[in-house]
Design a protein around this ligand. Structure first.
Ligand SMILES: [Zn+2]
Length: 338
């Protein structure tokens, strides 16, 4: 009788011991699938998962790309990047401290667009800084201008984007164009842009800056004539740096204007105090300097102190404070990404 009890006790102990690892893992919260993976690891590695627990360990262990030979590195880089991305990079042998810190900068950036994750990785080392790389990916300028031109999303209202990748259709004409009164300049603008401009003009005028509209809305056919005229005197690469191809001109939106002060050549506008005032205050009226200084690589145009674009006060102020281009702002905060 005694002997039977001892045998039963021993059997029980054995059974207990056999269950210890799996039970402990279960109590810790691992999924059944993860428990199977842990059970297949060498004992020393199993202990890593019983001593500490993290809710994303199960996800790590059951990732389709998980390879137990790389466990050491997975745990080294664990938590610094999303698991799948980290596993993929470890497997490819491309994860090191430098790449890691750059990727962290990408993920933590205000300008991170999840849909472009693969592109960020691909271009990670091709620009002097992570910020510049992200700017290029976000705006599409990692590709030559005019690559893969798309019809712009007209549902964005005053925030439609027109640049070297996004076009208006040839027959687009705004339906709320109004005539600019002679006190404010000439031509036509969309109503909201004109109302905002009048306020801008009036306030500037009181300070002694007579900022007037020189060239606002231009139709598609007008832009054809403008662009062709420039082609008569300059090679296409040069013309593209200062004039838009038809359909790619923001002037067709009726939301922008070239402005200047009387008695000067518009190309010199940036040298005047009126231009300084405009660049520091336009956002308060809903306008941005659309082609800023030192952003030629992004906008595709030389600095145009005179070209203002209406986007509304809130967006204009946000863009002004961030110091980014409308092209990038649009990609990060307005555009719909699949
Ligand atoms: Zn312009």
């Amino acid at each position: 009788m005694k002997r039977i009890l001892i045998v039963l006790l021993l059997l029980g102990l054995c059974a207990c011991q056999k269950e210890t690892l799996e039970d402990r893992l279960r109590i810790l919260g691992y999924t059944e699938e993860a428990i199977q993976v842990i059970s297949s690891l060498p004992e020393a590695d199993q202990e890593r998962f019983t001593e500490t627990y993290d809710e994303h360990y199960s996800e790590l262990l059951t990732s389709p790309e998980f390879d137990k030979d790389h466990l050491e590195d997975y745990l080294r880089y664990y938590g610094m990047l999303p698991n799948d991305k980290m596993i993929e990079m470890v497997n490819q042998g491309v994860l090191n401290e430098n790449t890691l810190s750059r990727m962290k900068e990408v993920y933590e950036s205000d300008y991170y667009i999840p849909a472009y994750e693969e592109l960020y990785l691909e271009y990670l080392d091709r620009y002097p800084s992570v910020r510049q790389m992200m700017e290029a990916v976000n705006t599409g300028t990692y590709r030559p201008f005019f690559t893969d031109i798309k019809e712009t999303d007209m549902s964005k209202g005053y925030l439609i984007l027109v640049n070297k990748y996004y076009t208006l259709s040839a027959d687009y004409e705004p339906d709320d164009l109004v005539q600019v009164e002679s006190a404010y300049g000439k031509g036509q603008l969309r109503e909201a842009a004109y109302e905002a401009f009048k306020q801008l003009h009036d306030d500037a005028y009181e300070l002694g800056y007579n900022i007037r509209v020189v060239s606002p809305y231009r139709s598609y056919s007008y832009q054809v004539a403008v662009y062709d005229k420039y082609l008569q005197k300059d090679p296409v690469e040069v013309v593209d740096s200062y004039s838009a191809r038809p359909g790619l001109s923001e002037h067709q939106t009726g939301l922008c204007a070239d402005v200047s002060i009387p008695g000067i050549y518009i190309d010199d506008f940036g040298e005047y105090e009126a231009s300084d005032w405009l660049s520091e205050n336009a956002h308060r009226y809903g306008f941005i300097i659309r082609f800023p200084k030192n952003k030629e690589d992004v906008t595709g145009y030389i600095w145009e102190a005179w070209h203002i674009r209406y986007v509304g006060e809130e967006v204009a102020t946000d863009i002004y404070e961030r110091g980014i281009t409308f092209d990038e702002y649009y990609a990060c905060f307005i555009e719909d990404h699949e």
